[in-house]
Design a protein around this ligand. Structure first.
Ligand code: NAD
Length: 352
């Protein structure tokens, strides 16, 4: 039986992970073990990422996280804050790819800020442990002593190995979707992007069923606004992915709906909603659990190869929204607002 490490975390985290567990239990049999992370771990164990949590995650087949953080811990020094737990977890599991779907639900079309009649369902695959966020950086004082000539630098560096492995994540994801990859770079200017493009094209030959094209990042930012429906899987570097995935998520207009997966070399991944711990509504039973439920569906698809069960959960979420059922964050004015448990009940009723 697959073992899932549950990290509910802070704020609405415990409410939304409990909802996701109910849905997982409706489609399969799993073993769960809960561990502390973030503020809850600071309070309970004096450390945002206790060793017991690390060992529990390493022993599990996959990890489901709620969210971390909250005003209670905002005044702690940077290296003791709840977010440190999340970064430590990503590092310890060596998660080098981040998958973020941005899907426009026809039932939530009014939340999309674009004047756009079509549909879109994009998967952004972002390289997570390389590039400029991890490259050499520093400050160089002016040799003349004139502080106007002081400078700073950051380095974008990618190895063939790093690009190959993220490319494979993207091509394999595309095989489970509509079979199209757009690789985003800045190869007209950056040498690191020229290497990126060469490696992507080489790896593409291993996946003849997937159609692969390149796009410059400035054009990609524009095309996302102009016609998001043209994208299926988009693969890109750490910094470009950081920016484009936030842009794409805003196009859906509903962050309470968006899941994510972080994957490494093994099948074990970290699955979490993209939103935070929403301390303003914590404990009220009104949080939208759908992003976490869809994160659990991604776990089934990418870690456990349970495609049919993942699709059943996604279809049940679609059907629930199509029936006009909403939590407060996605309800239109005048529409009834269901709580966390009630919307989960509705999703469960629709799982075939
Ligand atoms: P947030 O995403 O928690 O909340 C932003 C707004 O969206 C709030 O009004 C909140 O009520 C609402 N919201 C978010 N998720 C919702 C849901 N599932 N259902 C209904 N409404 C929802 O962002 P924030 O307020 O900037 O941050 C709050 C805390 O979360 C901070 O401590 C921050 O550091 C942390 N945070 C954690 C993560 C993470 O764990 N991955 C990510 C972002 C922020």
């Amino acid at each position: 039986m697959k073992k899932i490490a549950l990290l509910p975390g802070d704020g609405i985290g415990p409410e939304i992970t409990a909802a996701a567990v109910r849905v997982l239990d409706a489609v399969g049999k799993f073993e769960y073990e809960s561990y502390l992370i973030g503020g809850a771990a600071i309070d309970g164990a004096g450390n945002p990422f206790p060793d017991a949590t690390l060992q529990g995650c390493l022993a599990a087949d996959s990890v489901l996280l709620g969210a971390v953080g909250g005003p209670k811990w905002d005044t702690l020094p940077g290296n003791q804050r709840p977010e440190v737990g999340l970064l430590a977890l990503r590092g310890a599991l060596e998660l080098y790819s981040n998958l973020r779907p941005a899907k426009l639900y026809p039932a939530l079309r009014d939340a999309c800020p674009l004047k756009y009649d079509g549909e879109f369902d994009i998967l952004i695959v972002r390289e997570l442990t390389g590039g400029i966020y991890f490259g050499d950086r520093g400050r160089t004082p002016s040799p003349t002593g004139d502080t106007k000539d002081d400078s700073a630098y950051d380095t974008e560096r990618y190895s063939v190995r790093e690009v190959e492995r993220i490319a494979r994540v993207a091509f394999e994801a595309a095989q489970k979707r509509s079979g199209r990859v757009i690789s985003v770079d800045k190869a007209n200017v950056l040498e690191s992007s020229r290497l990126w493009r060469e490696v992507i094209r080489t790896v593409a030959k291993e996946y003849p069923s997937v159609e692969c094209t390149d796009m410059l990042v400035d054009n990609a930012a524009m095309q996302l606004i102009r016609n998001p429906g043209q994208f299926d899987v988009m693969v890109t570097s750490n910094m470009f992915g950081d920016i484009l995935s936030d842009e794409a998520s805003q196009l859906t207009g509903s962050i309470g709906m968006l899941p994510s997966a972080s994957l490494g070399a093994t099948k074990r991944g970290l699955y979490e909603p993209i939103h935070g711990s929403a301390p303003d509504i914590a404990g009220q039973g009104i949080a939208n659990p759908i992003a976490t439920i869809l994160s659990a569906a991604m776990m089934l698809r990418y870690s456990f190869d349970m495609e049919a069960e993942a699709a059943a959960i996604e279809a049940a979420v679609d059907a629930t929204l199509n029936a006009g059922l909403r939590t407060g964050d996605i309800a239109a004015p005048g529409q009834a607002k269901l709580g966390t448990v009630a919307i989960t009940d509705e999703i469960l009723r629709r799982i075939g």
